[in-house]
Design a protein around this ligand. Sequence first.
Ligand SMILES: [Zn+2]
Ligand SMILES: [Zn+2]
Length: 144
Amino acid sequence: MSDHDDRPPIDLGGGHRMTPQRREVYEVLMEHSDHPTATEVFMRAKVRMPSISLATVYNCLDTLAGAGVVKQVNVDREPSRYCGNLAPHGHFHCADCGTVLDIDLKNGAELAKTFKVPRGATVERFDIAVRGRCPKCAKVARAR
Ligand SMILES: [Zn+2]
Ligand SMILES: [Zn+2]
């Protein structure tokens, strides 16, 4: 690893600096779009940054989600998961294996045109959750 950081800065806004810990947590989320929980992020971050603690990871995730550079995904009462995909998308939750997959809008589709939002309301964000069986689990279920 080089000792200087030439990666582009990410603006967290609100006077938050991109600390090395926040950067590490952010990179973990960018690496795989498999929506890890905080504990999973911690285990991955620890590989490259052994000094990082779970509490720090929680703090970093809070800051990054608050700054809008990652998304917090809540699945019922399960632990929150985190997503680095900021394009408008929904989440598909597999009821069998717990996998969370991104589901993108079809080309040209607009959420605001798909749903009957109350007249006069403004939309800030969408949380679309779709449940079912992921392709893998659906295949297993069909084979049973
Ligand atoms: Zn599944
Ligand atoms: Zn996602």
